[in-house]
Design a protein around this ligand. Structure first.
Ligand code: PRP
Ligand code: MG
Length: 181
């Protein structure tokens, strides 16, 4: 079995950089939700690492819940049609909801999710994402908290997978060509 990190051709963000950026995002979130109740919703499975580190960077009370969603459709995802595999356990009516994901690619997943959650009459719904690919976004999506905008390259690590692998990398990087071969 090859060295996992050795499959990267380039490290884009180290663990230290990721934690530092999440701490900055947490400060902004603390300020914006001061005095308010907060429910943080992680999008399984990619958001697990961001949820763990962002929630621990938040120096305030919060609740955590999870959703799992899947894109329908032929071949590639990004049809924009989404189904719920695991719904919230929480009634979000009247509550401030912060959806946490690790990447906004086309934006179709979170666009659908925001609409779905908004129909449940929360006090507010916002998005926090560690990464966003502006060149790949297909919908007008309001993202309140973004770690970094990145080029439209395939990235893995820190929750991001290639064929379900590499999610457990502490850093985020681009895969070496031999991995695809
Ligand atoms: C990935 C990623 C985001 C979503 C972004 O999840 O974690 O949730 O795709 O893509 P989009 O902006 O084009 O909709 P995926 O559905 O691959 O499942 P995973 O989180 O289990 O890896
Ligand atoms: Mg995901």
């Amino acid at each position: 079995e090859a060295d996992v990190a050795g499959d990267l051709v380039e490290v884009l963000f180290t663990e230290e950089q990721i934690l530092a950026r999440l701490a900055e995002m947490a400060k902004a979130i603390e300020a914006d939700y001061e005095g308010e109740d907060l429910l943080v919703v992680g999008v399984l499975r990619g958001a697990v690492m961001v949820m763990a580190d962002l929630s621990r960077a938040l120096d305030r009370h919060l609740e955590m819940d999870w959703m799992a969603v899947s894109s329908y459709g032929s071949g590639t995802k990004s049809s924009g049609v989404v189904r719920i595999l695991k719904d919230l356990d929480t009634d979000i009516s009247g509550r401030h909801v912060l959806i946490v994901d690790e990447i906004v690619d086309t934006g179709l997943t979170l666009s659908w999710l925001v609409s779905n959650l908004a129909s449940r009459h929360p006090a507010s719904v916002r998005i926090a994402t560690l990464l966003r690919k502006p060149e790949a976004v297909k919908v007008d999506l309001d993202v309140a908290y973004v770690g970094w905008d990145i080029p439209n390259e395939f990235v893995v690590g820190y929750g991001l997978d290639y064929n379900e692998r590499y999610r457990n990398l502490r850093c985020i990087g681009t895969l070496a060509p031999h991995v695809y071969a």
